[in-house]
Unconditional design. Structure first.
Length: 106
């Protein structure tokens, strides 16, 4: 089943997908892990088994796509939002300097 719109895969309703797979006697395979960007029209879920009665919107409705990754999905620093992790800000915290002259200590 393909994604109708693009976005970052933010969450999966595993219980809902399991119930739908059990109801239709098939197996669903998530193509992308949570946190990945999914392009519009890209394969989102593969279905194996009897898929004749499946409603693709009903299956993809158990997957949440959003505009950006959540803080929990960011591998760089999950404790801080992206705007607080600018490389210059990180460098300033790691290397103290003289505020009057801007000179770096040796």
């Amino acid at each position: 089943m393909r994604s109708e719109r693009g976005g970052v895969l933010q969450a999966i309703d595993a219980a809902g997908l399991m119930a739908a797979a059990t109801r239709h006697d098939c197996v669903f395979v998530m193509v992308h892990p949570v946190g990945d960007f999914v392009a519009p029209g890209a394969t989102l879920v593969e279905a194996h088994g009897d898929t004749s009665a499946l409603d693709p919107r009903g299956v993809t409705g158990h997957v949440a796509l959003g505009a950006e990754r959540t803080i929990e999905q960011d591998p760089l620093c999950p404790a801080y939002p992206r705007r607080h992790r600018h490389p210059c800000a990180l460098a300033r915290r790691q290397r103290p300097h003289d505020r009057r002259s801007g000179a770096q200590p040796h």
